[in-house]
Write a protein that binds this ligand. Structure first.
Ligand SMILES: [Fe+2]
Ligand SMILES: [Fe+2]
Length: 274
């Protein structure tokens, strides 16, 4: 039995737990604990105390991509735990910005590689799927194959030739293999949840039976949202739909209307066992 606990998310339904725009999910296999993303601030430290999770026992962290709301908590973890293996895609340190906030560009990346290494991070970077623990892998690079999913148009990154559109090639999800099939944890799913599910089913040759995490359907177009729902409905293996983070409350409610008791609202403190 694998226990999955959401440590940081946009909504906290219980007293004392802290919510913030961000995501962090703890996967406990009974032998290993893996932290997938770290939220935006030190909320991870605060919520771990409230949830009675001992962060000092974690050796392996996976960062889904290099956005501040997923990697921002890493420096606070390194303050209490001076050696951590950090798994991610090689493009995670892009200097990235969003155009979504008026005229000025807003920095939405993480700190530099050197900053984290000085605090004790040991980076393992690969664009191929990486085995983190028994039955637990990253997706590696997620190809975009559908005609209705696209990366947020507001994202750019800094290069020596100026700013370029950022297709977030570093976006990766976490794959948990079980006898029932594959369970997925999305970070932000910037490259589209249907693309990611197709990629996983190709690479791991097993069906996806459930997911939690950020779907980025909140900021997506109505077209992408509707087509995504249609595709999810075609997937008869899907038993657990756990919208979080950049899905947004409205889209979460819409998914509940469409998928009824398959939906769990996955917020701070939610624990599921698979
Ligand atoms: Fe995010
Ligand atoms: Fe993101």
């Amino acid at each position: 039995m694998i226990k999955i606990t959401t440590m940081v998310e946009n909504t906290a339904p219980r007293a004392k737990l802290r919510a913030e725009h961000g995501l962090s999910v703890l996967v406990d296999t009974g032998y290993d604990k893996i932290l997938f993303d770290t939220g935006q601030t030190d909320a991870i430290i605060h919520n771990a105390e409230v949830l009675n999770v001992d962060l000092s026992t974690i050796k392996n962290v996976v960062l889904s991509h290099g956005h501040y709301d997923h990697g921002g908590g890493l420096k606070y973890l390194l303050d209490i735990k001076t050696h951590l293996n950090v798994y991610a895609h090689p493009e995670i340190f892009r200097k990235r910005y969003s155009k979504a906030y008026g005229n000025s560009l807003r920095y939405i990346g993480i700190e530099s590689r050197e900053f984290y290494e000085q605090k004790g991070a040991n980076f393992i970077l690969d664009d191929k799927p990486i085995k983190i623990a028994e039955n637990i892998y990253t997706t590696g690079f997620e190809p975009m194959v559908t005609d209705f999913e696209s990366v947020d148009k507001n994202f750019v990154y800094e290069t020596k030739d100026g700013y370029k559109k950022d297709d977030v090639p570093d976006d990766m999800s976490l794959v948990i293999e079980t006898e029932k099939g594959v369970f997925v944890i999305f970070g932000c799913a910037h490259r589209g949840i249907i693309n990611i599910i197709k990629h996983i089913e190709n690479v791991f040759d097993k069906k996806v039976f459930g997911f939690i995490g950020g779907t980025h359907l909140g900021p997506a177009s109505d077209f992408q949202r509707e087509k995504t729902i249609l595709e999810l409905k075609k997937n008869k293996n899907l038993k657990i739909i756990g919208p979080s983070h950049c899905t947004g409350l409205l889209m979460g409610a819409k998914l509940y209307c469409e998928f009824d008791d398959k939906v769990i609202f996955n917020n701070v403190g939610t624990t599921i066992e698979i």
